[in-house]
Design a protein around this ligand. Sequence first.
Ligand SMILES: O=C(O)CCC(=O)N[C@@H](CCC(=O)O)C(=O)O
Ligand code: ZN
Length: 330
Amino acid sequence: MLALGKLLELTLAGREPTEKIQLTREGARLHWLGLGALEVTPPVGADCGLDLLLSAGIHGNETAPIELLDRLLQRIASGQLIPQARILFLFGNPEAMRRGERYIEQDINRLFSGRHEQSSGPEALRANELERLAAAFFSKTGRARLHYDLHTAIRASKIEQFALYPYAEGRKHSASELARLRAAGIDAVLLQKKVGITFSSYTYAHLDAEAFTLELGKARPFGQNQEVNLDLLEQRLQQLIENNEPADTRLDGLQLFSVAREVIKHSDAFKLNLPSDVENFSELPVGYLLAEDIAGTRWLVEEQGARIIFPNPKVKNGLRAGILIVPTTL
Ligand SMILES: O=C(O)CCC(=O)N[C@@H](CCC(=O)O)C(=O)O
Ligand SMILES: [Zn+2]
């Protein structure tokens, strides 16, 4: 296998490879662009016109997707997988990955779409660099652009594998992208209703890519991901890379939700009225007092069929401490 196939090892060791560009025997080109960043170009004449950005490790302790990208890249570097798509592999937060932490100083996934400019520290610098790498990758015209930002969740989930589909003014969510996700084993999709500050929101709203955050199970340390079954997603990604994806337009069984409200923590007085082990997608009855905050602020559930995801009272003030979602249709 080519040495650049060991991007994960290089990233965790903080090492720069001696050779930055290598070619596989089949003519695919691997180009190391910087820490945790590698671009794959298909052999001459084999390019199907898809630009595929695959990122993981935006949160350093979410290791199952990092291991998945490592397997895919190793297969490309050893000639088992011959790419017909351009691919950018990104490991989001290398220092947090080394420490096995979600982040070092601040959540990098709240620093995109220019937010990093109002901030400082390692994550702000890295968010700027990731935006620059993604923008350069998606700068070629006339090509399909797709970004999957792979994550795992802090807590258990009633629906294990789901996606968040960002929002941009005047743009429609794509039914064929939803069908692609369904075939990849995704059971639910949350449609965002406003522009966000996450990595997938940036590539969707600013770089015109189809983009998703994929939540793939519960976060565990490296080597302990046996319970996270990524077989369907892995198979689908390989098919995308090799350009032999079966045409699949069915949405059968895919549950759709839309974001009703983001619960924002305003102060240290914020109190979330949920058990600490509550699962994502737990239903909340109308009238339930979900949270309380400074100056008598109360978050009462008003929506029929509401469910909670990502409840987290420990986030910094000003950030989202949970999302209330409701069932929807396209
Ligand atoms: O489990 C949790 O509470 C968080 C899991 C996670 O990291 N989710 C992403 C979702 C990104 C998005 O909204 O597209 C995040 O919170 O950054
Ligand atoms: Zn995450």
